[in-house]
Design a protein around this ligand. Sequence first.
Ligand SMILES: [Zn+2]
Length: 237
Amino acid sequence: MKKISQPAKSIYIGPNQRLWAMPRHYQRFWGWYELDHRSGLYFAKEASAEQIALIRANFKLLPQCFQELCRQWKVTFSFAEGATASGNASTFYADFSRQPDEYISPHIEIGSVSLRPETILAHLGHEVAHLFWRSRSESQRRAYRAFLERSCGTTCVEVTDYVQGYFEEYLASLKKFRQNKVHPNLHDGNFLRWTEESFCDTVATMLVGTHPDRSENCSIDVAERLVEMQNSLQLAL
Ligand SMILES: [Zn+2]
């Protein structure tokens, strides 16, 4: 008889598995997480039934491959009053430089701004898109980044104001980089940040018809991005 392994009902995650939470303000991510059987997600013990219900209802609306990825990685969830530990509405944490996989230990923290019916789907989709992005191969990411680089001219307006900020930082350092006025590492960092955040928010705007943060002046050809996500990242939305 084939043995089917059931997911554990609760898991303890401490400093050994989650080394990235070593800074004091991240240590709250160590502790017990309980399995929500209906979604297959792990929630912090302190999470309320209402918080779990809102995540569960919106999690169901994510692409099937995103849902499976979360269960496969045993993503844990917790909630914050106000902003997250890193100062955002919601945040994805993980350390993909660690091996083996169980030490990567992905976690999503949802702050009160995100935990509203009008924002939760867009923000949850964005955070799970980070997991999708980070778990792709470097060559897949490189292909999608190269597409963004060639398809976004300097007058391009990104999908949301949030991503536009990263895009403008990248453009500013690109100019200085060409004049040898900026360290290549800094410019690289700006490029990586813009492309990852752009991917995540483009996914989020596709998931939600009326994305709360969608830029009115957006000049992105979203259909073209969809095709490229399929080609470079094998993501079908
Ligand atoms: Zn992000």
